[in-house]
Design a protein around this ligand. Structure first.
Ligand code: IMP
Length: 209
């Protein structure tokens, strides 16, 4: 992180103690709690503090993660961690991107969302490539307004029809580079070790502990 004069600033360390996980998704809170357990972090969910879910008005994954983390830190008086993630498809100019969850509609229908992505790519014609990547941004904010952010990425190719029973969201139509199986076919432990989320967490752990 650099200051207004371009000087490198030291990354702020996270000391053992309470950390608000600024997500209302219990699965995410559990996963993050498990990842941070070894560092003496005591996770507290945003839901248990009755914190509101802010509108995701940012124009980047990092901006959205930062606004969620900063609001939770400000309201709770504790450090807070938030994430934002999505699938970006080159042939669709980066869509669904920030809107990955919203493309599944109110019923969270990812069969529908995956079909929409695939039909969008098909509509671009036979020369449209199938390159895609997942992004995961993580932001760690303190009550004084300081924030550190990290962005993880995994590159791959879209496949059709969707394959595999594992994972969630767009996993069955995403095949990471170097593999001939989709994230939906991959053993979950293996996915968790090589995903965009793993990449972002590795950066965070290296920087703040
Ligand atoms: P949010 O980060 O909770 O706002 O939503 C991210 C959305 O991106 C999810 O609902 C999924 O649709 C998609 N997404 C993010 N990470 C993954 C992943 O690892 N596999 C499949 N879909 C993902």
């Amino acid at each position: 992180m650099s200051d207004e004069f371009g000087q490198e600033q030291a990354i702020r360390k996270l000391t053992p103690g309470k950390l608000v996980i600024a997500s209302h998704n219990p699965g995410k809170v559990r996963e993050i709690a498990a990842l941070l357990g070894p560092y003496g972090i005591e996770p507290i969910s945003a839901a248990s503090l009755d914190l509101p879910e802010p509108e995701e008005t940012g124009t980047t994954f990092i901006a959205n993660a930062e606004l969620k983390a900063m609001q939770a830190a400000d309201l709770s008086g504790l450090p807070a961690l938030a994430d934002d993630s999505g699938l970006c498809v080159d042939a669709l100019g980066g869509d669904p991107g920030l809107f990955s969850a919203r493309w599944a509609g109110p019923d969270k229908d990812f069969d529908f969302a995956m079909r929409t992505v695939w039909e969008g790519v098909e509509a671009k014609g036979p020369d449209a490539g199938h390159d895609a990547h997942f992004i995961c941004a993580l932001a760690l904010a303190w009550p004084d307004g300081h924030v550190e952010a990290f962005e993880g990425r995994v590159d791959g190719t879209l496949v059709w029809p969707p394959r595999g029973p594992h994972g969630f969201g767009y996993d069955p139509m995403f095949q990471p580079i170097g593999y001939d199986i989709s994230f939906g076919e991959m053993d979950p432990d293996k996915k968790h070790a090589m995903s965009h989320r793993a990449d972002a967490f590795a950066q965070l752990v290296k920087a703040v502990f």
